[in-house]
Design a protein around this ligand. Structure first.
Ligand code: SAM
Length: 248
């Protein structure tokens, strides 16, 4: 199933838990520099589109396009791998939490590089030392994540495809956007079906691993085992869990 087909299937309730996290948005917008014209690829409902710039959105899922608020930037039905724009049409191209859905992420990044002078991408380092090993949910409850990563390019490969530098993105403890890692200090949130339905990972791993992970987490929260294993997190206001900006 393509990323667009996936979101046509699971995307109808996206805005229940997914919205702009202002501290992360500020970091993305700073990385856009003085760009006046901005292309937002895999734009979804437009959570990270800066209101003070001339934005054009690209989004392949009709279900996601239909949820863009009135007055949102114009949105073109297209995919990252084949952007329907001339070379260097935009000052900057951005993509937020979408690259892991692209069938060919390297081709998509090269397309962004072709149509814009600056590229800013929010993604994650999927290595054992990055996201997988650092985040207790992927490490201790959902090892099936590894199956989703087979054949996907590493962060280093993504960065070198467009000559990007990487910048860590810390996740505030009270992150407003309910993406997969957002509730790292609020583990009870993952027991809530609404929270999980707003994150494609759960649909992609399948029902059995989801139910097992939730059951196991619930037991560890009741027994105090989660608190025991993750006691260092309680004192943190923000966590470094392998989320990155690629900036080129
Ligand atoms: C997790 S949502 C992120 C949406 C938005 N960027 C945000 O931060 O709220 C992922 C989005 O990527 C889109 N997508 C999937 N495959 C894509 C592709 N090949 N090119 C561009 N966007 C794609 C999906 O349709 C979905 O809207």
């Amino acid at each position: 199933m393509s990323g667009a087909q996936l979101y046509d299937t699971i995307g109808a309730t996206y805005t229940v838990t997914r919205r702009t996290e202002p501290r992360i948005a500020a970091q993305v917008w700073a990385a856009l520099g003085d760009a006046r014209t901005v292309l937002n690829v895999g734009a979804g409902t437009g959570s990270y589109e800066p209101s003070d710039r001339d934005v054009t959105a690209v989004e392949p899922s009709a279900v996601m396009r239909a949820q863009r608020p009135a007055g949102a930037a114009p949105c073109v039905a297209a995919a990252a791998e084949s952007l329907p724009f001339e070379d260097q049409s935009f000052d900057a191209a951005m993509a937020f939490a979408t690259l892991h859905h692209w069938q060919d992420p390297i081709a998509g990044l090269r397309e962004m590089r072709r149509v814009a002078r600056r590229v800013v991408v929010f993604t994650h380092d999927t290595s054992e030392t990055g996201w997988r090993g650092r985040f207790w949910l992927t490490r201790d409850y959902l090892p099936e994540i590894a199956d989703l990563l087979v054949g996907r390019p590493s962060l280093t490969e993504l960065a070198s495809a467009i000559g990007a530098r990487t910048e860590p993105v810390l996740i505030p403890w009270d992150c407003a956007d309910g993406f997969f890692e957002a509730h790292w200090r609020r583990p009870e949130a993952y027991l809530d079906d609404h929270v999980r339905r707003g994150v494609s990972v759960w649909a992609r791993v399948g029902l059995e691993p989801e139910q097992r992970a939730v059951h196991s987490l619930r037991e560890d929260l009741v027994s105090g085992r989660w608190a025991e294993c993750n006691r260092d997190l309680v004192a943190l206001d923000a966590a470094e869990l392998g989320l990155r900006l690629l900036i080129a």
